[in-house]
Design a binder for this molecule. Structure first.
Ligand code: FAD
Length: 414
């Protein structure tokens, strides 16, 4: 069997793998990426949050993305009937980027991958990991290309960024069910022929249909828009009689008083995708010679668009630590990787859970708004979930629920 030797092998060329590999290459590490599919490929996850910009910038990927003219996302609108709550990232607590993009992922990820190749990374498409053996920190990964030919890749470190491919969680028995209750989604892209002129047409919006059910509307600069419905799995299953995803999504759109006119009669550009029970977790985030990043590790929920931010945060953090380890330093992966990533995951877990209990919706739609609370929650929604100066980060587990209970009590008294 053919054999290759590298310092770091990255599995998967999604945003996580691209950030990792670009940063490793920038630091003169001999890195190789293997990607199962041929790009461009369709993937969900189109609304970014500002924290990702730090990673694209640091990895040297920002200029190539910026040239593409993706739709700028300056904040997000949440709607519940006639109530509206708009977050503006320039009005957030603390430091950080004020904007990001809303993107068709096929084009966005393809731009990322091509830029990684331009930077000299050896990225092999249509090459799938089918097995791996660890011997201390060293590893031998078996990959198979589209012609069925296999080869071995010897690496001193492996970063698994394989998304829902979940290569190492499957091969090393690291799968763990998510703590979140089962939710599912159906989405498609539409040619947005009824799009309004100006900000209304391009504003990213989340329309609440019921406390646990919401519709996403993510307009792209190419004139198309992503429309998706999210809810408890049994609710999404009930939307169509025989599992017809297109029928289910049409029904969901008809439930939105605000968007039914814009999307009620438009055609789907592809057969809507049904993503069932999308949350996932792992028993551990690292081991001797490997780290798990992005959706190959934990995925929570789409409601606050945190998936890509964790994918790039994990990719960047793993790359930095792998460099130190390759340079002979002893790295404390528990503290510097697992505990660090899980701190952010735990903050977002609170916000996701409190969204679906309805508590966070109480805060979002409460009038009059409290500007201090809003700025702090806005920083969380921008992905700055490691800034412990922010009380809505530091005491996330009590801050949201206590404030929501206070609002509810005041409402009852009134
Ligand atoms: P991916 O982007 O999935 O890339 C993984 C790559 O690994 C793929 O290209 C795959 O082909 C490759 N691969 C798989 N198996 C193998 C193998 N055996 N060998 C080699 N390569 C392999 N996130 C957001 O930030 N914003 C959103 O609005 C958002 N909406 C979402 C909506 C839903 C319904 C769901 C389920 C998720 C959403 N997400 C969102 C999450 C987002 O999709 C992911 O967090 C993000 O794509 C993760 O990036 P990644 O690089 O980890 O994985």
């Amino acid at each position: 069997m053919d054999k290759e030797i590298v310092d770091v092998l990255v599995i998967g060329a999604g945003p996580s793998g691209c950030v990792s590999s670009a940063y490793l290459k920038k630091n003169n590490i001999n890195v190789k990426v293997v990607e199962k599919t041929k790009f461009p490929r369709l993937v969900v996850g189109e609304s970014l949050i500002p924290r990702v910009m730090d990673h694209f910038d640091e990895a040297g990927l920002f200029p190539a993305l910026d040239k593409m003219g993706f739709e700028k996302k300056l904040g997000a609108r949440f709607m519940r009937g006639n109530e509206v709550c708009i977050f503006d990232f320039s009005n957030k607590f603390g430091e950080g980027w004020d904007w990001t993009w809303q993107v068709p992922r096929a084009d966005f990820d393809n731009t990322l991958a091509q830029e990684v190749i331009n930077k000299g990374v050896d990225l092999e498409f249509e090459t799938e990991v089918i097995g791996i053996e660890f011997n201390g920190n060293d590893s031998i990964t078996t990959v198979k290309n589209k012609d069925g030919k296999t080869k071995e890749i010897h690496a001193k470190f492996v970063i698994d960024s394989s998304g829902y491919g979940r290569v190492l969680p499957r091969l090393l028995d690291l799968e763990k069910p998510s703590k979140l209750s089962p939710h599912s989604a159906i989405f498609a892209h539409v040619e947005d022929i009824n799009r309004e002129e100006g900000e209304e047409g391009t504003l990213i919006s989340f329309d609440i249909i019921e406390t646990e059910v919401w519709l996403w509307v993510i307009p792209f600069s190419n004139g198309n828009t992503s429309v998706g419905i999210v809810g408890p799995t049994e609710y999404i299953d009930r939307l169509s009689k025989n599992g017809d995803a297109a029928e289910a999504l049409r029904k969901a759109i008809s439930l939105s008083d605000y968007y039914v006119k814009r999307f009620g009669d438009v055609e789907f550009l592809f057969e809507p995708k049904h993503l069932k029970d999308y949350s996932c977790s792992v028993k551990k985030l690292y081991g001797d010679g490997f780290a798990l990043t992005g959706n190959a590790s934990e995925f929570l929920d789409p409601v606050f668009s945190s998936g890509m931010a964790f994918a790039t945060e994990g990719g960047m953090t793993a790359a930095k630590l792998a460099i130190r380890q390759l340079n002979g330093e002893k790295v404390d992966w528990q503290t510097e990787f697992a505990d660090y990533i899980l701190y952010g995951v735990n903050v977002f877990t609170t916000y996701v859970k409190e969204w679906y209990t309805g508590n966070l919706q109480e805060l979002f739609f409460h009038q009059p708004e409290n500007p201090d609370v809003k700025r702090k929650i806005c920083a969380v929604l921008a992905g700055y979930v490691w800034n412990k100066k922010n009380t809505f980060v530091r005491i996330h587990d009590t801050a949201v629920v206590n404030l929501a209970n206070f609002i509810k009590t005041e409402k009852e008294k009134a």
